[in-house]
Design a protein around this ligand. Sequence first.
Ligand code: PBG
Length: 335
Amino acid sequence: MTKDTIAPYPAARLRRLRQAAWSRRLVAEHTLSPADLIWPVFVKEGSGGPDPVPSMPGVNRLALNDVVRAAEEAVTLGIPVIALFPEVPGDRKSDDAREAYNPDNLVCRAVRRIKAAVPGVGIMCDVALDPFNSAGHDGLVRNGEILNDETVEVLVKQALVQAEAGADILAPSDMMDGRIGAIRHALEHAGHKHTMIMSYTAKYASGFYGPFRDAIGSAASLGKSGKHSYQMNPANADEALREAAQDVAEGADMLIVKPGLPYLDVLYRIKNSFGLPTFAYQVSGEYAMLQAAAANGWLDLDHAVMESLTAFKRAGADGILTYFAPMAARLLREY
Ligand code: PBG
């Protein structure tokens, strides 16, 4: 747009187009659809009923039967993908995180059950060791150091059992260097050439992951130990472009920026620089903030949620991972 094309007031009255619901809809630059949503779901062992996550009102850990029901609900609501996160029992956690590549672990069983019952939904799995690691870290720990290359070897084994179980999208969220290339190479070698990789390319060492760590039970193991030696410094944005460049070169199909609203600038720059399908993760702490304010009567939940999701689209997101996915999809149907 050049300066000459901007008519002065009163020839241009920008409020003219805002006066009716129909005209606002007509000129909307961005729209949100259920097809933009990825629904993260917590999976637990056993056959008990839904187990509420206290710091995430409305979110539950689900046993396998209920996970299948959630997958059916996703299809009914037009949500294309569900992302699985396991709460692994303490006796399955170890310092070598070997449960991560057990082909019968909770995640792999969930994938097989969903694939058999609900073939129409995309299934995404997190590739990282934190649910399986007694230290609660995404990588193996030796003498306080988070090991990079040794961790990548385990991530590759984890990725392979997930792909073998039928996962459609693998989402490495660990931030080790070189893991996208190693996983892509192993997938090709094992005949999983169609498995997609959605890389958590710019994942920040954020204070907004607390409720998630409660949900999967990694908070207690992690204690006061932070993830700053592998997740990105919130002060950096140029560095996110270097991360993304590597992941693209190593074979990522799609990219994630995480957390969501505090990092719209990073999302915008990554989308503009690489043009890959790029997703925002509205994380557990963002969910908790909105729910808490709404529970106090301090803001209108529907309004604030739809605004936040639209903001991701405006900043360039092709879609959003959000715990609000089923609620938002229902609201969108009412329009
Ligand atoms: C860990 C992982 C985390 C989330 C997704 N995968 C947390 C962490 O890095 O500690 C956070 C999701 C959320 O907060 O909603 N691999």
